[in-house]
Design a binder for this molecule. Structure first.
Ligand SMILES: C[S@@+](CC[C@H](N)C(=O)[O-])C[C@H]1O[C@@H](n2cnc3c(N)ncnc32)[C@H](O)[C@@H]1O
Length: 204
């Protein structure tokens, strides 16, 4: 894995294994806010499921937006959790909390709680016994990371969402959207961030 500086000044990683970057090179932090936090309407009091925690930038954007928040994050790669990246100055205090969560798989203060479940998300999702207000779905692309874009996985995600809860993902691939629909989600265009095509929001 090597670091890449994205165009908003924040860093991401390039995965040799998947031959993809962890975020859009147009802006890692911009993507976290624009494609995940904003469409999911993150606000204080929410219970958020972050599927594919990676460097934790989507969780970071959520934590910065809503100080009182509970986040459960799923990630299979222990190695990525050790990587620290550059984030803008205004996010540094919250990033320390994300780093603690990444290192200890847990962080808690009087307002926020973050749990990281290590393992294949198809299995760890079955261990969840809560319902979520918002879900961030951020695997590598469907051709490279197909197991997390299936109808079966989407059905398991939906079981853990409150009614009308929003799932956000960057992909607008036809197959992804049709699997979301088959799993019972209402599928809509999400915002266009850093490119012409929209992201996707799916309502439970
Ligand atoms: C595009 S990156 C996520 C970027 C992340 N949201 C961030 O802010 O850095 C995809 C992540 O999904 C993880 N991943 C891939 N397949 C997985 C699986 N089956 N279960 C859990 N995590 C998986 C990878 O290890 C990687 O960290």
């Amino acid at each position: 894995m090597r670091k890449i500086l994205t165009r908003d000044g924040s860093e991401t990683l390039y995965s040799e294994e998947y031959q993809e970057t962890y975020h859009s090179v147009t802006g890692a932090v911009e993507e976290a806010f624009g494609k995940y936090v904003k469409p999911c309407k993150i606000e204080s009091g929410m219970n958020v499921l972050d599927i594919c925690f990676g460097l934790g930038l989507n969780s970071l954007a959520a934590l910065h937006t809503a100080k009182e928040i509970t986040i459960t994050a799923l990630e299979k790669d222990e190695n990525v959790l050790r990587h620290e990246v550059k984030v803008p100055e205004y996010l540094r205090e919250d990033y320390k909390k994300i780093r603690t969560a990444a290192e200890n798989l847990y962080y808690k203060d009087d307002k926020a709680e973050i749990k990281v479940l290590l393992g294949d998300a198809r299995e760890t999702i079955k261990q969840l016994n809560e319902k979520y207000d918002a879900v961030f779905l951020d695997p590598f692309s469907p051709p490279k990371n197909p197991e997390l874009w299936t109808e079966e996985f989407f059905i398991n995600i939906k079981k853990h969402m409150k009614k009308e809860a929003i799932l956000a993902t960057y992909s607008c691939a036809r197959k992804v959207r049709s699997n979301l629909s088959k799993a019972g989600f209402e599928v809509k265009d999400g915002p266009c961030v850093g490119r012409r095509s929209p992201s996707t929001i799916a309502i439970a």
